[in-house]
Design a protein around this ligand. Structure first.
Ligand code: FMC
Length: 267
């Protein structure tokens, strides 16, 4: 006889069950950002400097910008450019590696994964909207075997931030992650099954690592392209990238301003 299927509360991990005390003020934040274009407005806003003595293994392109802002020790980690091709190291593999390495090196109280995303207009998303993800899951890890299917989806909850999203008036929705910018019909069906409003290439990978190492994580995603619209995704993404990254930078600055002086349980 096979075991009964797990119920939802057994399969969704919560970052809130963190080993990090929930009641002391947040002091160290790591912001994981996949693209340099997304990172630079924030490097500017927080007046961070690039770390010239890397904390990371020799040969990795991973970049840390750091400094103190409103009493917080802020670190932006960008996985850097691919050594051979010279483009940003986007996607789940780099994102999970840098998240792991940054947590090991910096022991942050909180991770923020900030980036751009595709949005579904059928679910109310518009270009430039900023979402805080309530949950993250994968849409391209299809394993049609009982329970492995749930493992593939890899659903994780973001840190609960009811006061933050209310005060800053962010939209809240589910985020679905896969390693492609485009969307196959298979992906689309899984994204709908994940009930997602936004789609990116890193969130659930960061969520996997933060859940593993019990660090609370907030996912802030700004919409560069409408996935269920009529424009080709890559064109729309590139056209909107610089304007939307400014909106993303503003939103993450507001999040960090809000966090300053607060504990996880106050968010
Ligand atoms: N689908 C998937 N990812 C993205 C997206 C879309 N429609 N729009 N913007 C993104 C994000 C991804 O997370 C990557 O970091 C980057 O922008 C695109 O390569």
């Amino acid at each position: 006889m096979s075991p009964p299927p797990p119920n939802e509360d057994d399969v969704i991990s919560q970052h809130d069950s963190s080993s990090i005390p929930q009641n002391r003020p947040i002091s160290t934040i790591v912001i994981i950002i996949a693209m340099q274009t997304e990172a630079l407005p924030l490097v500017d806003s927080f007046q961070l400097t690039e770390d010239l003595n890397s904390l990371f293994p020799i040969g990795t392109p991973w970049v840390r910008y750091h400094g103190t802002y409103k009493g917080l020790n802020i670190n932006i980690i960008w996985p850097g450019k691919d050594a051979v091709l010279g483009v940003d190291s986007v996607g789940t593999v780099s994102a999970s590696l840098v998240t792991y390495a940054a947590i090991q090196a910096l022991k942050p109280d909180l991770i923020i994964n900030a980036g751009t995303a595709g949005g579904f207009k059928a679910k109310g998303a518009c270009i430039g909207d900023v979402y805080v993800a309530s949950e993250v899951a994968f849409h391209d890890r299809r394993i049609p075997i009982p329970v492995f299917d749930l493992y593939g989806v890899g659903l994780r909850r973001g840190c609960s931030t009811p006061n933050l999203v209310k005060e800053l008036e962010f939209k809240v929705g589910k985020l679905s992650t896969g390693d492609s910018l485009d969307m196959t019909p298979h992906d689309e069906a899984s994204i709908l099954a994940n009930d997602a409003v936004v789609k990116d290439m890193e969130g659930a990978a960061v969520g996997y690592v933060t859940d593993l190492l019990k660090v609370p994580a907030i996912f802030v995603k700004a919409v560069t392209d409408i996935v269920d619209g009529d424009k080709p995704t890559s064109e729309e993404f590139l056209n909107n990238l610089s304007a939307v990254t400014l909106a993303l930078g503003k939103a993450v600055t507001q999040v960090v301003d809000y966090i300053s002086g607060k504990s996880i349980s106050e968010l």
